[in-house]
Design a protein around this ligand. Structure first.
Ligand code: F0G
Length: 456
């Protein structure tokens, strides 16, 4: 097979700096061993997140000049609405400032206090908004998703037996909706199959329950379906995306991910009742229903980002770069979540730091050590991210104790990936000397963002 490369070339560059090991050690101490608290200036290769970190295209930058900054009825909103209808297929659109703005709206309109929200693994902000609306999140993902070594091709799938069991146990009227995520972030960027979403649709139809999709990384999910699911090899990512969405009643979106913009979000709905309720609320929390917290120019760039992100050669290069890094690490015997996901490599900190107990935050420590080694910044996705049980106040102890190395879209080169892999290897080779951490400051909500630590 011949090699293929990215379907773009670089037109503008942003210099990044390197620091000495002593400077990096000081920086991570000052940041309380929390990579979220580092200054970005002190980071060499920033793999904290793929959120809002994409490089926009020349067409998107040009579109910024065509922003219609009218308070009401901006032309850019109608272009955005058309792009979402064309590529995702939903009827009604509510713009929001980013994903969690849309999560807030859908949770408020679709959840009544005391209802359950089953979903394919939690995501931090999604679950918090469901809880703030009085809902109770129930994980109904297949068991394989909690096993980093399982090679199941669709580890994002919903376990239909778990879902139906919950519906029958609590009664269909106690289910707010099924919360489905494309490429499940916390499971390692793992996709859900078309067969599974069809079955979820059939099951929920039986009970009159709606299905709402977290479409944040749905393009990448569509690519995995093309690659892995029989019958889809000759379909385009665009066709697969639209078919998948057709089995759901609506979606929320953090456009900062696979819509290729630095800020933005949206909620898209097929039913008028929830649409009307959400459009009433958006003016309270986000902005008018034709901008929702975005500038006109942001919506212009977003409408173009949607078209660019759904191109097959783009998604292949995107997922291919993540896979390149993952295969290097796998070849060197470093335990990562398998199969390699769509947006990130997830290092298995539980395996790498076998000697550090989970209440000493092995993944938090691993992320700090990688930064100190090379200036590569990743993030903890383990016990710190999982927070506390609101009823008992105890830490939630997730099976997955991971460090996420998230690849921004269209930003880094293959040589950057080599540097990252070498740093992870260096830290892995010294794993027996590593020590755990103690939390010395803990905020009430989404603690992983601002918590501080010290070595034990
Ligand atoms: N849903 C998923 C699956 C996400 O990954 C995120 C954000 C959100 C919703 C919320 O969207 O940030 O625009 O408000 N994930 C980021 C990350 C923060 O780094 O994974 P937002």
């Amino acid at each position: 097979r011949r090699s293929w490369a990215e379907p773009w070339k670089i037109k503008m560059v942003e210099p990044i700096k390197t620091m000495s090991p002593e400077e990096r050690q000081r920086a991570i101490e000052e940041a309380g061993y929390n990579t979220f608290l580092l200054r970005s200036e002190d980071v060499y290769i920033d793999l904290l997140t793929d959120s809002g970190t994409s490089a926009m295209s020349d067409r998107q930058w040009a579109a910024l000049m065509l922003g219609d900054e009218a308070y009401a009825g901006s032309r850019n909103f109608y272009d955005l609405e058309e792009a979402i209808r064309t590529y995702y297929g939903y009827k009604y659109i509510v713009p929001t400032h980013q994903g969690r703005g849309a999560e807030h709206l859908i949770s408020q309109v679709a959840i009544e206090p005391g209802q359950y929200v089953p979903g394919n693994m939690y995501f931090t902000t999604t679950k918090l908004h469901q809880e703030l609306a009085g809902g109770k999140f129930v994980d109904v993902i297949i068991d394989e998703a909690h096993d980093p070594a399982s090679l199941h091709p669709f580890k994002g799938n919903i376990d239909l037996a778990k879902l139906e069991d919950l519906i029958q146990r609590v009664g269909p009227e106690k289910i707010a909706y099924v919360s489905v995520a494309g490429t499940v972030n916390m499971a390692g960027g793992q996709p859900i199959s078309m067969e599974n979403i069809k079955a979820v649709r059939a099951l929920t139809d039986k009970y009159g329950i709606r299905v709402y999709l977290d479409a944040t990384r749905m393009m990448e999910n569509a690519y995995f379906i093309q690659e892995r699911e029989p019958g889809y090899e000759d379909k385009s990512v665009a066709e697969i995306l639209k078919e998948f969405c057709s089995y759901t009643d609506g979606a929320w979106m953090s456009a900062k991910k696979d819509n290729l913009v630095n800020i933005g979000g949206w909620l898209a709905l097929n039913h008028e009742d929830h649409f009307e309720a959400a459009r009433n609320l958006v003016v309270v929390y986000e902005g008018l229903h034709t901008y929702g917290g975005m500038a006109g120019r942001d919506m212009a760039a977003l409408a173009i980002g949607i078209q660019e992100a759904v191109q097959d050669d783009y998604v292949r290069a995107r997922v291919g770069q993540v896979r390149y890094l993952g295969e290097l690490l796998t070849d060197w015997g470093i335990p990562i979540v398998q199969p390699i996901g769509g947006h990130a490599i997830f290092l298995d900190a539980r395996k790498i730091y076998e000697h550090i107990p989970q209440d000493q935050f092995p993944a938090q420590a691993l992320a700090a050590h990688i930064y100190a080694d090379s200036g590569v910044r990743g993030m903890e996705r383990g016990v710190v991210s999982a927070g506390r049980n609101p009823e008992t106040g105890e830490h939630n102890y997730p099976k997955l104790e991971l460090v996420r190395l998230t690849i921004p879209r269209r930003v880094y080169t293959q040589a950057h990936m080599d540097v990252v892999a070498e740093s992870v290897k260096a830290v892995f080779d010294r794993r027996h000397e590593a020590k755990g951490l103690r939390m010395v400051y803990e905020p009430k909500y989404l603690r992983f963002f601002q918590a501080r630590f010290e070595p034990v």
